[in-house]
Ligand binder design. Structure first.
Ligand SMILES: Cc1cc2nc3c(=O)[nH]c(=O)nc-3n(C[C@H](O)[C@H](O)[C@H](O)COP(=O)(O)OP(=O)(O)OC[C@H]3O[C@@H](n4cnc5c(N)ncnc54)[C@H](O)[C@@H]3O)c2cc1C
Length: 409
């Protein structure tokens, strides 16, 4: 028999979504002392696994990296009821209760945490995608020596798979609609610096090409020309899986659910975390999910809020990592836009790598760091304080000066 919950703290919480954010929410709730009933619902039949290795270790890791092993969170010990292989199809209110409809009946709770992640955008049915462990198994069977892999999109996943396949001696062509790889994620200038990585890896990269159709292995471009391979991977982005929240929780045109800093949505009793959330951060405005660190860290805020506990005064900056074409890349905070008033970018050429610091009104607001682990540690530390640091831009531009020494009091 469980102890009665303190006033305001729910007796029964349903966490919907069987991935990293869902599992971390279970662990954080229990870690903070939640003693009520905890129910976990996930559409995939497998226990939670880590997605980043699906692309980075596509050819070398035949089994998923199970999060229970990696993080030490056993969902069977954390949750009172676990419903894997069961998808939420809707959410409604019934009196004071929230009712989650699933493809195998209804579940009632006082609080719901939506952690249903994202789904790959699939404009072309004949192209495969890489999002789940099942997708990785399928792709691994197809990506073999002697074959030609055509990848649509030079974003995170396209670049990672291109590097892995080329490293195994497989012919790869990447088709990118923008003028540089990663232009959407890093901006054109920083993205352009990654172009040579493709050349060095032996990958054919074609930018400014628009795909109009995929028919079997043949990709048609908007100038009427075609590129034919043995397999076509579409890596053109993801969209939050929020359809089941329709009518109760408002979503943006992008599909994201807007939340406050703690993950609370506009719908009382409903929190959102991980890829589906657009969370208000301390220093960087509203930041969309879609990155591993948000799914790892933000459940701590959600759990504290559900339990009525105070949030920490500081928090880590948004952070995205990628291993692609033999390089390690990290993106922190907010990247400034071209022409943004008061904004500047400072390039530091470092031993073996580089960093591009993003500055707004003399304050460091973000950074792109490549092949420079010390710089990663410095940026991470500088951006996690209660205030963003002011920089002496001349000093910051001198790579001989450690980043910390370029900050102003
Ligand atoms: C191949 C790949 C490589 C990646 N590499 C990196 C990287 O290097 N760096 C980085 O920062 N990020 C990376 N990411 C992104 C990162 O993995 C995600 O940000 C993270 O997994 C998000 O966790 P999540 O729990 O919010 O969502 P997910 O991991 O997507 O989990 C959501 C779960 O909810 C389930 N679900 C969906 N709809 C429903 C429903 N209606 N009912 C019940 N369950 C449902 C899904 O099936 C899924 O199991 C990568 C992603 C992929 C696919």
């Amino acid at each position: 028999m469980r102890a009665a919950a303190p006033q305001g703290v729910p007796d029964r919480v349903i966490v919907v979504g069987g991935g990293l954010a869902g599992l971390r929410t279970l662990a954080e709730l229990r870690g903070l002392g939640f003693d009520g009933e905890l129910v976990w619902v996930g559409a995939e039949t497998t226990p939670a696994y880590d997605r980043p290795p699906l692309s980075k270790e596509l050819l070398s890791r035949p089994e998923p990296l199970w999060l229970a092993e990696d993080l030490g969170h056993q969902h069977t010990e954390l949750a009172d009821a676990v419903h894997l292989g069961r998808a939420a199809t809707g959410l409604r209110r019934d009196g004071g209760a929230l009712i989650v409809s699933t493809d195998a009946g209804e579940l009632a709770a006082d609080a719901v945490v939506a952690a249903t992640g994202s789904e790959p955008v699939r404009p072309w049915p004949d192209a495969v995608a890489l999002h789940s462990a099942a997708d990785a198994t399928h792709l691994r069977e197809q990506v073999r020596p002697g074959r030609h892999v055509v990848i649509i999109g030079a974003g995170w996943i396209g670049a990672e798979v291109a590097g892995v396949a080329a490293g195994a001696g497989i012919r790869v062509t990447v088709l990118e609609a923008g003028s540089a790889p990663l232009w959407r994620q890093l901006g054109e200038v920083a993205g352009e610096r990654t172009r040579e990585w493709y050349t060095t890896a032996g990958v054919e990269l074609r930018t400014d090409v628009i795909v109009t159709e995929v028919d079997g292995g043949t990709v048609t471009l908007d100038d009427g020309s075609t590129v034919t391979g043995d397999i076509v991977l579409s890596a053109v982005g993801v969209r939050p899986a929020t359809g089941w929240l329709d009518g109760v929780v408002p979503t943006l045109a992008s599909g994201h659910v807007v939340t406050d800093r703690a993950g609370a949505t506009a719908a009382p009793g409903v929190w959102a975390v991980g890829d589906i959330a657009m969370r208000e951060t301390l220093h960087f405005g509203a930041v969309p999910g879609g990155h591993w660190f948000a799914a790892l860290r933000d459940p701590a805020l959600v759990a504290a809020d559900i339990l009525g506990l105070p949030l920490p005064p500081a928090e880590a900056a948004p952070e995205v990592f990628s291993d692609q074409l033999g390089h390690h890349l990290e993106v922190f905070g907010r990247l400034v836009r071209d022409g943004e008033p008061g904004a500047a970018r400072v390039l530091r050429t470092l031993d073996g790598g580089w960093s591009e610091l993003h500055v707004s009104d003399q304050r460091l607001v973000g950074a792109v760091v490549v092949d420079a682990p010390r710089e990663v540690a410095a940026v991470r530390k500088l951006l996690r304080g209660e205030a963003l640091p002011r920089l002496d831009l001349a000093l910051a531009g001198d790579p001989a000066v450690a980043l910390r020494a370029a900050t102003l009091p």
